[in-house]
Design a protein around this ligand. Structure first.
Ligand code: NAD
Length: 499
Protein backbone atom coordinates (compact mmCIF):
# COMPACT_ATOMS: atom_id res chain seq x y z
CA UNK A 1 0.00 0.00 0.00
CA UNK A 2 1.25 3.47 -0.83
CA UNK A 3 2.42 5.44 2.20
CA UNK A 4 0.29 8.51 3.00
CA UNK A 5 1.66 11.70 4.51
CA UNK A 6 -0.95 13.24 6.78
CA UNK A 7 -1.48 16.70 8.21
CA UNK A 8 -0.23 17.36 11.73
CA UNK A 9 -2.92 19.22 13.63
CA UNK A 10 -3.39 19.83 17.37
CA UNK A 11 -0.45 17.58 18.16
CA UNK A 12 -1.73 14.59 16.19
CA UNK A 13 -1.46 13.08 12.77
CA UNK A 14 -4.67 13.91 10.92
CA UNK A 15 -5.92 12.04 7.87
CA UNK A 16 -7.61 14.53 5.60
CA UNK A 17 -11.04 14.13 4.05
CA UNK A 18 -10.61 15.90 0.73
CA UNK A 19 -9.78 12.82 -1.28
CA UNK A 20 -7.22 14.98 -3.08
CA UNK A 21 -3.56 14.00 -2.93
CA UNK A 22 -0.20 14.95 -4.37
CA UNK A 23 2.31 12.37 -5.55
CA UNK A 24 5.64 12.18 -3.75
CA UNK A 25 8.24 10.70 -6.05
CA UNK A 26 11.51 8.99 -5.38
CA UNK A 27 13.60 11.15 -7.75
CA UNK A 28 16.23 8.40 -7.91
CA UNK A 29 13.83 5.94 -9.53
CA UNK A 30 11.07 8.17 -10.85
CA UNK A 31 8.49 6.08 -8.97
CA UNK A 32 5.70 7.40 -6.78
CA UNK A 33 6.76 6.43 -3.26
CA UNK A 34 3.97 8.10 -1.24
CA UNK A 35 0.97 10.38 -1.42
CA UNK A 36 0.37 13.58 0.49
CA UNK A 37 -3.05 14.75 1.63
CA UNK A 38 -4.33 18.05 0.23
CA UNK A 39 -6.34 19.99 2.84
CA UNK A 40 -9.84 21.35 2.28
CA UNK A 41 -10.56 24.99 3.19
CA UNK A 42 -12.50 23.73 6.25
CA UNK A 43 -9.54 21.66 7.40
CA UNK A 44 -7.27 24.68 7.06
CA UNK A 45 -9.75 26.81 9.02
CA UNK A 46 -9.96 24.14 11.75
CA UNK A 47 -6.17 24.16 12.00
CA UNK A 48 -6.26 27.94 12.46
CA UNK A 49 -8.84 27.57 15.27
CA UNK A 50 -6.61 25.05 17.06
CA UNK A 51 -3.63 27.33 16.58
CA UNK A 52 -5.46 30.25 18.20
CA UNK A 53 -6.04 28.18 21.34
CA UNK A 54 -2.44 26.97 21.43
CA UNK A 55 -1.07 30.45 20.83
CA UNK A 56 -2.79 31.87 23.92
CA UNK A 57 -1.05 29.25 26.11
CA UNK A 58 2.31 29.61 24.38
CA UNK A 59 2.40 33.41 24.42
CA UNK A 60 1.67 33.37 28.15
CA UNK A 61 4.86 31.37 28.80
CA UNK A 62 7.82 33.59 29.56
CA UNK A 63 10.40 33.93 26.77
CA UNK A 64 13.03 31.95 28.68
CA UNK A 65 10.72 28.95 28.90
CA UNK A 66 9.96 29.21 25.21
CA UNK A 67 13.70 29.34 24.54
CA UNK A 68 14.19 26.15 26.58
CA UNK A 69 11.76 24.31 24.29
CA UNK A 70 13.90 25.37 21.33
CA UNK A 71 17.10 24.26 23.11
CA UNK A 72 15.64 20.82 23.66
CA UNK A 73 14.39 20.80 20.07
CA UNK A 74 17.89 21.36 18.75
CA UNK A 75 19.12 18.32 20.66
CA UNK A 76 16.24 16.17 19.39
CA UNK A 77 16.86 17.12 15.76
CA UNK A 78 20.59 16.49 16.17
CA UNK A 79 19.89 13.06 17.67
CA UNK A 80 17.81 12.20 14.60
CA UNK A 81 20.10 13.82 12.03
CA UNK A 82 20.88 10.66 10.05
CA UNK A 83 17.27 9.50 9.74
CA UNK A 84 16.06 12.99 8.83
CA UNK A 85 18.81 13.42 6.23
CA UNK A 86 17.90 10.11 4.58
CA UNK A 87 14.19 10.92 4.57
CA UNK A 88 14.94 14.34 3.08
CA UNK A 89 17.23 12.90 0.45
CA UNK A 90 14.70 10.23 -0.54
CA UNK A 91 12.04 12.83 -1.44
CA UNK A 92 14.22 15.70 -2.67
CA UNK A 93 17.10 13.88 -4.33
CA UNK A 94 19.96 15.88 -2.78
CA UNK A 95 22.92 13.88 -1.50
CA UNK A 96 23.16 13.06 2.21
CA UNK A 97 25.88 15.66 2.89
CA UNK A 98 23.65 18.36 1.37
CA UNK A 99 20.62 17.03 3.27
CA UNK A 100 22.59 17.35 6.51
CA UNK A 101 23.64 20.87 5.49
CA UNK A 102 19.94 21.67 4.97
CA UNK A 103 19.19 20.55 8.54
CA UNK A 104 22.24 22.18 10.11
CA UNK A 105 21.63 25.60 8.51
CA UNK A 106 18.06 25.42 9.85
CA UNK A 107 19.30 24.51 13.32
CA UNK A 108 21.52 27.58 13.31
CA UNK A 109 18.36 29.71 13.21
CA UNK A 110 16.91 27.64 16.08
CA UNK A 111 20.11 28.37 18.05
CA UNK A 112 19.75 32.08 17.31
CA UNK A 113 16.12 31.95 18.42
CA UNK A 114 17.21 30.53 21.80
CA UNK A 115 18.41 34.09 22.52
CA UNK A 116 14.85 35.40 22.23
CA UNK A 117 14.60 36.72 25.82
CA UNK A 118 17.33 39.18 24.93
CA UNK A 119 16.00 39.86 21.44
CA UNK A 120 12.51 40.73 22.72
CA UNK A 121 13.72 43.37 25.15
CA UNK A 122 12.00 46.66 24.47
CA UNK A 123 13.20 50.19 24.98
CA UNK A 124 12.74 52.45 27.98
CA UNK A 125 13.08 56.18 28.47
CA UNK A 126 12.88 57.40 32.02
CA UNK A 127 11.48 60.93 32.52
CA UNK A 128 10.70 61.67 28.89
CA UNK A 129 8.71 64.53 30.47
CA UNK A 130 7.96 65.57 34.04
CA UNK A 131 7.07 62.29 35.76
CA UNK A 132 6.53 60.63 32.38
CA UNK A 133 8.28 57.44 31.30
CA UNK A 134 8.00 55.81 27.88
CA UNK A 135 8.62 52.16 27.15
CA UNK A 136 8.04 49.81 24.26
CA UNK A 137 7.55 46.07 24.07
CA UNK A 138 7.42 43.52 21.30
CA UNK A 139 4.33 41.32 21.26
CA UNK A 140 3.49 38.32 19.08
CA UNK A 141 1.19 38.76 16.09
CA UNK A 142 -1.02 35.74 16.87
CA UNK A 143 -1.37 32.98 14.28
CA UNK A 144 0.95 33.27 11.28
CA UNK A 145 1.51 31.13 8.18
CA UNK A 146 4.70 29.76 6.63
CA UNK A 147 4.68 28.49 3.03
CA UNK A 148 7.85 26.73 1.97
CA UNK A 149 9.52 25.57 -1.29
CA UNK A 150 10.75 22.10 -2.17
CA UNK A 151 14.45 22.85 -2.28
CA UNK A 152 15.18 23.29 1.44
CA UNK A 153 12.56 21.16 3.20
CA UNK A 154 14.33 21.43 6.57
CA UNK A 155 16.16 24.75 6.60
CA UNK A 156 13.32 27.00 5.51
CA UNK A 157 10.69 25.48 7.83
CA UNK A 158 13.21 25.97 10.65
CA UNK A 159 13.83 29.61 9.62
CA UNK A 160 10.10 30.16 10.08
CA UNK A 161 9.64 28.03 13.20
CA UNK A 162 12.62 29.53 14.99
CA UNK A 163 11.54 33.10 14.51
CA UNK A 164 7.74 32.77 14.66
CA UNK A 165 7.52 30.40 17.62
CA UNK A 166 10.22 31.91 19.83
CA UNK A 167 8.41 35.25 19.65
CA UNK A 168 5.19 33.67 20.95
CA UNK A 169 3.22 33.12 17.75
CA UNK A 170 1.49 29.98 16.55
CA UNK A 171 2.26 28.90 13.01
CA UNK A 172 0.42 27.07 10.25
CA UNK A 173 3.10 25.52 8.06
CA UNK A 174 2.23 24.64 4.46
CA UNK A 175 5.28 22.73 3.17
CA UNK A 176 6.04 21.94 -0.44
CA UNK A 177 3.89 19.06 -1.60
CA UNK A 178 6.93 17.54 -3.32
CA UNK A 179 8.87 16.64 -0.14
CA UNK A 180 6.58 17.14 2.86
CA UNK A 181 7.71 14.32 5.18
CA UNK A 182 10.62 16.11 6.87
CA UNK A 183 8.55 19.19 7.78
CA UNK A 184 6.01 16.86 9.47
CA UNK A 185 8.73 15.09 11.45
CA UNK A 186 10.25 18.46 12.41
CA UNK A 187 6.85 19.51 13.79
CA UNK A 188 6.45 16.26 15.74
CA UNK A 189 9.85 16.81 17.33
CA UNK A 190 8.82 20.33 18.36
CA UNK A 191 5.94 18.80 20.33
CA UNK A 192 8.33 16.31 21.93
CA UNK A 193 10.50 19.24 22.93
CA UNK A 194 7.59 20.74 24.87
CA UNK A 195 5.65 22.93 22.45
CA UNK A 196 1.96 22.99 23.45
CA UNK A 197 -0.45 21.29 21.03
CA UNK A 198 -1.77 23.45 18.23
CA UNK A 199 1.08 25.96 18.26
CA UNK A 200 2.66 24.41 15.18
CA UNK A 201 0.19 22.94 12.69
CA UNK A 202 1.26 21.38 9.41
CA UNK A 203 -1.34 21.41 6.64
CA UNK A 204 -0.50 20.09 3.22
CA UNK A 205 -1.96 21.22 -0.01
CA UNK A 206 -1.80 23.25 -3.16
CA UNK A 207 -3.19 26.62 -4.20
CA UNK A 208 -6.50 25.92 -2.47
CA UNK A 209 -4.89 25.56 0.97
CA UNK A 210 -2.61 28.55 0.36
CA UNK A 211 -5.49 30.77 -0.74
CA UNK A 212 -7.46 29.80 2.35
CA UNK A 213 -4.57 30.96 4.52
CA UNK A 214 -4.13 34.18 2.54
CA UNK A 215 -7.79 35.07 2.95
CA UNK A 216 -8.26 33.99 6.57
CA UNK A 217 -8.87 36.87 9.00
CA UNK A 218 -7.01 35.15 11.83
CA UNK A 219 -3.77 34.71 9.87
CA UNK A 220 -1.86 37.85 10.78
CA UNK A 221 1.28 37.40 8.69
CA UNK A 222 2.61 35.17 5.93
CA UNK A 223 6.21 34.20 5.40
CA UNK A 224 6.76 32.66 1.98
CA UNK A 225 9.75 31.30 0.08
CA UNK A 226 9.39 30.00 -3.47
CA UNK A 227 9.40 31.14 -7.07
CA UNK A 228 8.98 34.82 -7.96
CA UNK A 229 5.60 34.71 -9.66
CA UNK A 230 4.04 32.97 -6.67
CA UNK A 231 5.95 35.24 -4.25
CA UNK A 232 4.51 38.25 -6.06
CA UNK A 233 1.03 36.75 -5.88
CA UNK A 234 1.44 36.15 -2.13
CA UNK A 235 2.57 39.75 -1.64
CA UNK A 236 -0.41 41.13 -3.58
CA UNK A 237 -2.93 38.91 -1.80
CA UNK A 238 -1.51 39.72 1.63
CA UNK A 239 -1.68 43.43 0.86
CA UNK A 240 -5.28 43.04 -0.24
CA UNK A 241 -6.20 41.19 2.94
CA UNK A 242 -4.28 43.46 5.29
CA UNK A 243 -1.56 41.00 6.28
CA UNK A 244 2.11 41.42 6.90
CA UNK A 245 4.22 39.44 4.45
CA UNK A 246 7.72 38.34 3.58
CA UNK A 247 7.77 36.75 0.11
CA UNK A 248 11.15 35.54 -1.13
CA UNK A 249 11.40 34.57 -4.81
CA UNK A 250 13.72 33.16 -7.44
CA UNK A 251 17.27 34.00 -8.36
CA UNK A 252 19.97 34.08 -11.01
CA UNK A 253 23.21 34.69 -9.19
CA UNK A 254 26.39 35.83 -10.93
CA UNK A 255 29.98 35.02 -9.97
CA UNK A 256 32.47 37.58 -11.28
CA UNK A 257 35.99 36.27 -11.87
CA UNK A 258 38.67 38.96 -11.90
CA UNK A 259 41.98 38.33 -13.74
CA UNK A 260 43.84 38.26 -10.38
CA UNK A 261 41.56 35.61 -8.83
CA UNK A 262 42.98 32.33 -7.57
CA UNK A 263 41.75 30.12 -10.43
CA UNK A 264 42.11 26.87 -8.47
CA UNK A 265 39.75 28.24 -5.85
CA UNK A 266 37.39 29.66 -8.47
CA UNK A 267 37.03 26.36 -10.34
CA UNK A 268 36.45 24.40 -7.12
CA UNK A 269 33.92 26.94 -5.89
CA UNK A 270 31.98 26.95 -9.16
CA UNK A 271 31.84 23.15 -9.28
CA UNK A 272 30.11 23.18 -5.90
CA UNK A 273 28.03 26.33 -6.33
CA UNK A 274 26.81 25.81 -9.91
CA UNK A 275 26.31 22.04 -9.91
CA UNK A 276 25.98 21.08 -6.23
CA UNK A 277 22.50 19.98 -5.19
CA UNK A 278 21.83 19.76 -8.96
CA UNK A 279 21.71 23.56 -9.08
CA UNK A 280 18.49 23.61 -7.05
CA UNK A 281 19.60 26.31 -4.62
CA UNK A 282 18.37 29.89 -4.65
CA UNK A 283 21.94 30.92 -3.78
CA UNK A 284 23.57 28.72 -6.46
CA UNK A 285 25.95 30.36 -8.95
CA UNK A 286 24.52 29.57 -12.40
CA UNK A 287 26.26 32.48 -14.18
CA UNK A 288 30.03 32.93 -14.40
CA UNK A 289 31.37 36.30 -15.56
CA UNK A 290 35.09 36.08 -16.30
CA UNK A 291 36.72 39.46 -16.88
CA UNK A 292 39.03 39.63 -19.90
CA UNK A 293 39.69 37.06 -22.64
CA UNK A 294 42.58 35.29 -20.88
CA UNK A 295 40.57 34.81 -17.68
CA UNK A 296 37.59 33.57 -19.68
CA UNK A 297 39.59 31.11 -21.77
CA UNK A 298 41.34 29.68 -18.74
CA UNK A 299 38.13 29.43 -16.67
CA UNK A 300 36.10 27.87 -19.47
CA UNK A 301 38.82 25.33 -20.30
CA UNK A 302 39.26 24.25 -16.71
CA UNK A 303 35.61 24.19 -15.64
CA UNK A 304 34.71 22.16 -18.72
CA UNK A 305 37.33 19.58 -17.87
CA UNK A 306 36.40 19.38 -14.18
CA UNK A 307 32.61 19.51 -14.62
CA UNK A 308 32.80 16.62 -17.07
CA UNK A 309 34.36 14.55 -14.27
CA UNK A 310 31.56 15.18 -11.75
CA UNK A 311 29.90 11.99 -10.56
CA UNK A 312 26.10 11.96 -10.71
CA UNK A 313 24.18 9.18 -9.05
CA UNK A 314 21.75 7.97 -6.45
CA UNK A 315 21.42 10.51 -3.66
CA UNK A 316 22.34 8.04 -0.92
CA UNK A 317 25.64 7.17 -2.64
CA UNK A 318 28.22 9.18 -0.71
CA UNK A 319 30.69 9.06 -3.61
CA UNK A 320 28.54 11.17 -5.94
CA UNK A 321 28.62 14.96 -6.24
CA UNK A 322 24.94 15.41 -6.90
CA UNK A 323 21.76 13.40 -7.36
CA UNK A 324 18.60 13.74 -9.43
CA UNK A 325 16.43 16.85 -9.68
CA UNK A 326 13.15 16.85 -7.81
CA UNK A 327 10.54 15.89 -10.42
CA UNK A 328 9.95 14.84 -14.00
CA UNK A 329 8.31 18.22 -14.68
CA UNK A 330 11.32 20.09 -13.33
CA UNK A 331 13.68 17.91 -15.35
CA UNK A 332 11.68 18.71 -18.49
CA UNK A 333 11.75 22.43 -17.67
CA UNK A 334 15.55 22.41 -17.28
CA UNK A 335 15.95 20.49 -20.54
CA UNK A 336 13.72 23.04 -22.28
CA UNK A 337 16.00 25.84 -21.08
CA UNK A 338 19.03 23.91 -22.37
CA UNK A 339 17.42 23.65 -25.79
CA UNK A 340 16.45 27.32 -25.63
CA UNK A 341 20.08 28.32 -24.98
CA UNK A 342 21.18 26.20 -27.96
CA UNK A 343 18.54 27.83 -30.16
CA UNK A 344 19.57 31.28 -28.95
CA UNK A 345 23.11 30.67 -30.16
CA UNK A 346 25.05 30.05 -26.94
CA UNK A 347 28.04 27.71 -27.35
CA UNK A 348 27.24 24.39 -25.71
CA UNK A 349 30.36 22.82 -24.21
CA UNK A 350 28.69 20.16 -22.07
CA UNK A 351 25.20 18.75 -22.59
CA UNK A 352 23.65 17.02 -19.59
CA UNK A 353 20.52 15.89 -21.39
CA UNK A 354 20.05 12.22 -21.97
CA UNK A 355 22.11 11.30 -18.91
CA UNK A 356 21.21 7.80 -17.80
CA UNK A 357 22.22 5.98 -14.67
CA UNK A 358 22.27 2.22 -15.26
CA UNK A 359 19.53 0.61 -13.17
CA UNK A 360 17.86 4.00 -12.63
CA UNK A 361 16.80 4.83 -16.17
CA UNK A 362 13.60 6.57 -14.98
CA UNK A 363 15.33 8.71 -12.34
CA UNK A 364 15.27 12.48 -12.82
CA UNK A 365 18.96 12.87 -13.60
CA UNK A 366 20.61 15.62 -15.62
CA UNK A 367 24.33 15.76 -16.27
CA UNK A 368 26.42 18.91 -15.87
CA UNK A 369 25.73 21.39 -18.64
CA UNK A 370 27.96 24.28 -19.69
CA UNK A 371 27.43 27.18 -22.09
CA UNK A 372 29.96 29.77 -23.20
CA UNK A 373 29.35 33.09 -24.97
CA UNK A 374 25.95 33.61 -23.40
CA UNK A 375 24.56 37.13 -23.87
CA UNK A 376 22.12 39.28 -21.93
CA UNK A 377 19.56 39.24 -24.75
CA UNK A 378 19.07 35.49 -24.35
CA UNK A 379 15.92 34.43 -22.52
CA UNK A 380 17.80 31.44 -21.08
CA UNK A 381 20.07 33.99 -19.34
CA UNK A 382 17.28 36.28 -18.19
CA UNK A 383 15.28 33.53 -16.49
CA UNK A 384 15.98 31.17 -13.61
CA UNK A 385 16.76 27.61 -14.78
CA UNK A 386 17.31 26.03 -11.32
CA UNK A 387 19.29 23.06 -12.58
CA UNK A 388 22.89 21.90 -13.13
CA UNK A 389 23.49 24.42 -15.91
CA UNK A 390 26.32 26.97 -15.86
CA UNK A 391 26.23 29.89 -18.30
CA UNK A 392 29.36 31.93 -19.00
CA UNK A 393 28.88 35.58 -19.95
CA UNK A 394 32.22 37.17 -20.91
CA UNK A 395 32.96 40.76 -19.84
CA UNK A 396 35.76 43.13 -20.82
CA UNK A 397 36.18 44.91 -17.49
CA UNK A 398 34.78 45.05 -13.97
CA UNK A 399 32.34 47.80 -14.81
CA UNK A 400 30.78 45.73 -17.58
CA UNK A 401 30.77 42.64 -15.35
CA UNK A 402 29.18 44.41 -12.38
CA UNK A 403 26.42 45.82 -14.56
CA UNK A 404 25.17 42.28 -15.31
CA UNK A 405 23.91 41.33 -11.82
CA UNK A 406 22.93 44.94 -11.15
CA UNK A 407 20.65 45.07 -14.18
CA UNK A 408 19.26 41.54 -13.92
CA UNK A 409 15.63 41.11 -12.87
CA UNK A 410 16.76 39.00 -9.89
CA UNK A 411 19.00 40.26 -7.11
CA UNK A 412 19.39 37.47 -4.59
CA UNK A 413 23.14 36.77 -4.33
CA UNK A 414 26.33 37.65 -6.18
CA UNK A 415 30.00 36.76 -5.73
CA UNK A 416 33.26 38.33 -6.79
CA UNK A 417 36.55 36.40 -6.91
CA UNK A 418 39.62 38.62 -6.66
CA UNK A 419 42.74 39.39 -4.64
CA UNK A 420 42.09 43.12 -4.96
CA UNK A 421 40.47 44.34 -1.75
CA UNK A 422 39.66 47.78 -3.08
CA UNK A 423 37.91 46.44 -6.19
CA UNK A 424 35.94 43.99 -4.04
CA UNK A 425 34.96 46.70 -1.58
CA UNK A 426 33.74 49.02 -4.34
CA UNK A 427 31.85 46.19 -5.98
CA UNK A 428 30.14 45.16 -2.73
CA UNK A 429 29.13 48.72 -2.06
CA UNK A 430 27.68 49.45 -5.52
CA UNK A 431 26.17 46.20 -6.79
CA UNK A 432 22.36 46.17 -6.93
CA UNK A 433 21.96 42.78 -5.20
CA UNK A 434 20.98 41.84 -1.64
CA UNK A 435 23.70 39.36 -0.57
CA UNK A 436 27.33 39.60 -1.68
CA UNK A 437 30.18 37.11 -1.40
CA UNK A 438 33.81 38.16 -1.67
CA UNK A 439 35.71 34.97 -2.55
CA UNK A 440 32.66 33.20 -1.04
CA UNK A 441 30.53 31.49 -3.70
CA UNK A 442 27.32 30.99 -1.69
CA UNK A 443 27.04 33.95 0.68
CA UNK A 444 24.06 32.79 2.75
CA UNK A 445 24.28 35.03 5.83
CA UNK A 446 24.73 33.36 9.23
CA UNK A 447 21.68 33.14 11.47
CA UNK A 448 22.41 36.30 13.47
CA UNK A 449 22.52 38.42 10.33
CA UNK A 450 19.56 38.07 7.99
CA UNK A 451 18.71 36.66 4.58
CA UNK A 452 17.09 38.54 1.74
CA UNK A 453 17.54 39.39 -1.90
CA UNK A 454 16.49 42.46 -3.86
CA UNK A 455 14.34 43.15 -6.92
CA UNK A 456 12.26 40.15 -8.03
CA UNK A 457 14.07 37.92 -5.52
CA UNK A 458 12.10 39.30 -2.58
CA UNK A 459 8.85 41.17 -2.14
CA UNK A 460 9.22 42.35 1.43
CA UNK A 461 10.53 45.05 3.71
CA UNK A 462 12.08 42.67 6.20
CA UNK A 463 14.57 39.89 5.64
CA UNK A 464 14.35 36.33 6.92
CA UNK A 465 15.71 35.44 10.38
CA UNK A 466 18.19 37.51 12.41
CA UNK A 467 16.86 40.62 14.08
CA UNK A 468 14.73 41.30 10.99
CA UNK A 469 12.95 38.00 11.67
CA UNK A 470 12.19 39.11 15.22
CA UNK A 471 10.80 42.39 13.91
CA UNK A 472 8.68 40.65 11.29
CA UNK A 473 7.01 38.28 13.75
CA UNK A 474 6.31 40.89 16.45
CA UNK A 475 4.49 44.17 16.72
CA UNK A 476 5.66 47.04 18.87
CA UNK A 477 3.51 48.53 21.57
CA UNK A 478 4.68 51.79 23.10
CA UNK A 479 3.44 52.87 26.52
CA UNK A 480 3.66 56.42 27.83
CA UNK A 481 3.01 56.41 31.58
CA UNK A 482 2.54 59.00 34.24
CA UNK A 483 1.77 58.48 37.89
CA UNK A 484 0.47 61.88 39.02
CA UNK A 485 1.23 62.74 42.62
CA UNK A 486 -1.22 65.60 43.08
CA UNK A 487 -3.47 67.95 41.18
CA UNK A 488 -2.74 67.71 37.45
CA UNK A 489 -4.78 70.85 36.78
CA UNK A 490 -4.66 72.26 33.25
CA UNK A 491 -2.82 69.25 31.90
CA UNK A 492 -5.82 66.94 32.43
CA UNK A 493 -7.44 67.19 29.02
CA UNK A 494 -4.64 68.05 26.63
CA UNK A 495 -2.01 65.99 24.89
CA UNK A 496 0.76 65.79 27.49
CA UNK A 497 3.84 67.65 26.35
CA UNK A 498 7.30 66.73 27.43
CA UNK A 499 8.45 70.25 28.29
P1 NAD B 1 7.01 27.26 -5.89
O1 NAD B 1 6.80 28.73 -5.99
O2 NAD B 1 6.52 26.39 -6.97
O3 NAD B 1 6.33 26.69 -4.54
C1 NAD B 1 6.54 27.30 -3.29
C2 NAD B 1 5.31 27.08 -2.42
O4 NAD B 1 4.19 27.74 -3.02
C3 NAD B 1 4.92 25.61 -2.27
O5 NAD B 1 4.52 25.38 -0.94
C4 NAD B 1 3.75 25.46 -3.24
O6 NAD B 1 2.82 24.49 -2.84
C5 NAD B 1 3.12 26.84 -3.22
N1 NAD B 1 2.46 27.17 -4.50
C6 NAD B 1 2.83 26.73 -5.74
N2 NAD B 1 2.00 27.25 -6.66
C7 NAD B 1 1.11 28.03 -6.01
C8 NAD B 1 0.02 28.85 -6.43
N3 NAD B 1 -0.32 28.96 -7.72
N4 NAD B 1 -0.67 29.52 -5.49
C9 NAD B 1 -0.34 29.43 -4.20
N5 NAD B 1 0.68 28.67 -3.73
C10 NAD B 1 1.41 27.99 -4.63
O7 NAD B 1 8.58 27.05 -5.63
P2 NAD B 1 9.40 25.68 -5.59
O8 NAD B 1 9.49 25.14 -6.97
O9 NAD B 1 8.89 24.81 -4.52
O10 NAD B 1 10.83 26.21 -5.12
C11 NAD B 1 11.83 26.66 -5.99
C12 NAD B 1 11.81 28.17 -6.11
O11 NAD B 1 12.00 28.77 -4.83
C13 NAD B 1 12.93 28.70 -6.97
O12 NAD B 1 12.43 29.75 -7.75
C14 NAD B 1 13.95 29.20 -5.96
O13 NAD B 1 14.82 30.21 -6.43
C15 NAD B 1 13.04 29.72 -4.90
N6 NAD B 1 13.72 29.84 -3.62
C16 NAD B 1 13.98 31.09 -3.16
C17 NAD B 1 14.64 31.25 -1.96
C18 NAD B 1 14.92 32.62 -1.42
O14 NAD B 1 15.15 32.74 -0.23
N7 NAD B 1 14.90 33.66 -2.23
C19 NAD B 1 15.03 30.11 -1.23
C20 NAD B 1 14.73 28.85 -1.73
C21 NAD B 1 14.06 28.73 -2.94
Amino acid sequence: MTREVNHFIDGKSFTGTSGRFGDIHDPNTGEVQAKVQFATPTEVADAVEGAKKGQAIWAAMNPQRRARVLMKYKMLVEAEMDELAHLLSSEHGKVIADAKGDLIRGLEVIEFACGVPHLLKGEYTESAGPGIDVYSMRQPLGVVAGITPFNFPAMIPMWFMGMALSTGNAMIMKPSEKDPSVPVRLAELMLEAGLPEGVLQVVHGDKEAVDTLLQHDDIKAVSFVGSSNIAHYIAMECSKHGKRFQAMGGAKNHGIIMPDADMDQVVTDFLGAAYGSAGERCMALPVAVPVGKDTADEFVGRIKEEAAKLRIGVSTDDTVHYGPVVSAAHKASIENYIQMAVDEGADMLLDGRGFELPGHENGFFIGPTLFDNVTTSMKSYQEEIFGPVLQVVRANDLEEAAALPSNHQYGNGVAIFTRNGLAAREFASKVNVGMVGINVPIPVPVAYHSFGGWKRSAFTDTNQYGTDGIRFFTKIKTVTQRWPTGDIGDQAFVIPTMG
